[in-house]
Design a protein around this ligand. Sequence first.
Ligand SMILES: [Zn+2]
Length: 113
Amino acid sequence: METKLCKWCGSIVKGRTDKKFCNDYCRSAFHYKQKDEKPEIMKRIIRQLERNWVLLGTWKKKGLQSVDIKAARMQGFVEDCYTGVETKNGKRRKLVFDRAFVYEKGGGVIRGI
Ligand SMILES: [Zn+2]
């Protein structure tokens, strides 16, 4: 049987053949470190996507049909930060995960929330 070494501390792993870590501490330390090693740019974009997603939800809850782009930016919205694009009823909407908005450059408002 081949000897397997813990992916975190390098100790010999005993037990099931599919085990990668010697214990729970090593497993969570490894996964925490991996999470932590995302490049700063990635962390920043993820934070911004979350911010946009929360704002879209907040505006929808308030029943707003449109939000002035300047007001949106003041609240931390960045219109160039989205996860995808879809066309619905002939209109291109930008997606932030499961929430959508329409922003036409020069239009001055975020719509279709
Ligand atoms: Zn270990």
